[in-house]
Design a binder for this molecule. Structure first.
Ligand code: FPP
Length: 247
């Protein structure tokens, strides 16, 4: 098997949904309107991802840094996420979509915590698309929690320090069991990762799109997939090298 493949359909696409505020401002609307339209774009993207047979779609819904926004906007964003789960959970379940949530769950209010658990439990046996919602998520925090969990086990004598390997860290991240993203998309023209999937992005392809998130639709999604499929991925190998797996 070659580890240097002309990219085929991605298995996992992750999206930094940026530009809701600017979309609203451009139209003289309050920021919440941008976020509301952003939820419509989420629905359309989830449908498109399911249609093309994608296995994992990760959406950066709320970062651990987003708490710094004005309380009213934080409440709007939390309200939209709760409403999305309440309204769309049954349909997503019917469409065989599994929901997983990544991020720090410990500091969340009981009501949102219960909703996230309900979404994960209800859909846990679904086998089509896995929709990964990054909520109260920060990559450095995720890596620090994984490191702390390994350190605890070393201190307790459960594992030896030599067992602290990249694979062991990967297995203790919130994304355990989820393959690394093949493609990371960020909308709105900004070109940075903003503490999103830092560990998992080691070999991801990146696509920065000028459109604001509320304008992202199935056409943009399929065009992003097409662009990804023109890329050559080498995973540190050479362009014309064909490696035997495990060699
Ligand atoms: C960035 O736009 C977007 C967010 C911080 C939140 C994204 C959330 C949603 C689309 C709604 C809820 C999510 C789900 C999964 C239902 P920004 O406000 O930073 O825009 P700006 O940079 O133009 O100000």
């Amino acid at each position: 098997m070659s580890d240097i493949t002309r990219s085929s359909l991605p298995e996992h696409v992750a999206i930094i949904m940026d530009g809701n505020g600017r979309w609203a401002k451009q139209r003289g609307l309050p920021r919440i309107m941008g976020h509301r339209r952003g939820v419509e774009a989420v629905r359309e993207t989830v449908r498109a991802a399911g249609e093309c047979g994608l296995k994992y779609l990760t959406l950066f819904a709320f970062s651990s840094e987003n708490w710094r926004r004005p309380v009213s906007e934080v409440n709007d964003l939390l309200g939209l996420l709760k409403a999305f789960i309440r309204r769309d959970l049954a349909d997503l379940h019917k469409e065989n979509v599994r929901i997983r949530v990544i991020g720090d769950r410990d500091s969340l209010n009981d009501d949102i915590s219960a909703l996230l658990i309900e979404a994960e439990q209800t859909t846990r046996d679904n086998t089509a698309l896995t929709l990964v919602i990054a909520f109260n998520y920060g990559s450095r925090d995720e890596i620090a929690r994984a490191a702390a969990s390994l350190a605890r086990d070393v201190a307790l004598g459960k594992i030896d320090v030599s067992a602290v390997t990249p694979d062991a860290i990967t297995a203790r991240l919130d994304t355990a069991g989820i393959p690394d993203p093949d493609l990371i998309i960020r909308t709105s023209g900004e070109e940075r990762l903003s503490n999103f999937l830092l560990w998992q992005a080691a070999y991801s392809e990146f696509l920065f799109i000028p459109d604001y998130w509320p304008d992202f639709d199935r056409k943009t999604f399929f065009s992003a997939i097409d662009q990804y499929m023109t890329r050559d991925r080498r995973f540190g190998g050479l362009p014309d090298q064909v490696a035997v797996a495990g060699a």
